[in-house]
Structures are given as C-alpha cells and as structure tokens.
Design a protein around this ligand. Sequence first.
Ligand code: ADP
Length: 237
Amino acid sequence: MSRIIELKDIKRIYPISSDVVVRALDGISYEIEEGDFIAIMGPSGSGKSTLMNILGCLDRPTSGKYFFQGKDISNYTRRQLATLRNKKFGFVFQSFNLLTRTTALENVELPMLYADVPSKKARQVAYEKLAMVGLKGRETHKTNQISGGEMQRVAIARSLVNNPIVLMADEPTGNLDSKTSIEIMSLFTSLNKQGITIILVTHEPDIADYANRRIHIKDGLIESEEITRDLSKRGER
Ligand code: ADP
C-alpha cells in the first residue's frame, strides 16, 4: 500500500476584480492511497472541477502543498506538470471527446502518434487497450457506428495507453442510460481491481456507490466523507 496523492491545505483563489476574489478551493487536505476509488460529489459551483484540475495537474493551487508519490509538485512549472500528467494520469470525460467518423483503433492510436510512438507499436497498444475495455472485434468500427457506451469504452481505452496509475473521470456516465452506466461502472471497477486508482466526479449517488470513498464538497471545502473500504487502514489489495 502506498500513498499516491497528498493535498495539504490547497487553496485556489480566482481574482475577479481588484477587490473581489472567488475562493474556489478554500483549504483542502486529503490523502489518496494506491488502489483507492474516490467519488467527488457536491453541488454545482462547489469546486469539484477546480479540484479535479489541480489533482490532474491541469492547474496549480494558489497556495498549499500537493505531494504526488511523495514528491512536492506544488511549484512545478506548467511543462513539468504536463510531463507528469502524460505519464501518470488518464482522463475520461462525459462527452467522450472522440474524433467523429474515425475508427475506434484510430481514436486510441492518435495520442500515441502525437507522442511519437512508432506506428506499429501504437497499433499494438491500441488493440490491447481496446481488448481490455471489451471491444475486441470492434476495432475498425467508426465512432458514428457505435453506441454511447461503446464510445465511452473507446475513450477509456484511449485514456489507458500510457498505463496511467490514476484515472480521472468527470461525469463519465452523464450521457449514458442507466443500464449502460452500470456496464461502464463495472469496467471502472475492473480497472480499479487491476490496481488503477480512480477519481470520479459524479452527482449521482448510485454511481458514487461504486467508489470506496465518497467526498462531498461544499464552498471549496470537504464537507464530509463516507468510506466503505479504507485501503490505508486495512491494507487490502
Ligand atoms: P463545480 O465543478 O463544483 O461546479 P467549479 O470548480 O467549476 O465548481 O467552480 C467553483 C467556483 O469557482 C465557482 O464559484 C466558479 O464560479 C468559480 N470559478 C471556476 N473557474 C473560475 C475561473 N476560471 N475564474 C473565476 N471563477 C471561477
């Protein structure tokens, strides 16, 4: 068991005018263990996206400390954050963000080709990741020929190409019906069992129930937390 993330009194303050600021995060302290499955919940405007952006190295806190695998990354430059993000994080979004009329395979290959992975290797990895998300045999289907659930599977396969240790998912079932949502959450559960730490934003309690820890954010603060399996205490996995 090892600690992946530690946040210490993280604040993110947006200046609005010379005398007005928004305290999007107002002092968040939180620890995430390897293998955790965290759900972040809270009303609109509570700070969920701001927290996800900081956790996923897309933004930097105004103050406070962020330790990633024990290393203080609070003062990393944007370039250092981007490198860390590409190596360690995968991202899945509500809107899938796939290229239209392009095959599942090409969607998964593309980020690797941009990263100068040789095309043969990129193809091999894309096949492997599509198999991992249950899309074996569908690799050459185009995104306009597959269902919403299959599109999200392609997006999840794409998020896995660099073998992330943390998967960030922002309302990943927001555009899916309830049956498909269950299938996608089962897939997240299976990835989590394979050791990937998952951080998910959702406003649906049924979806949050898949997580082992659920935090509720309000006014930029963690208001409460529910834990169904405490990995740090029980040493599971
Ligand atoms: P949520 O994701 O829970 O809806 P956000 O993290 O998007 O909440 O926003 C938290 C607060 O910070 C809100 O009051 C929002 O208006 C404000 N906010 C978010 N982004 C910015 C920004 N770029 N500039 C100014 N205020 C922002």
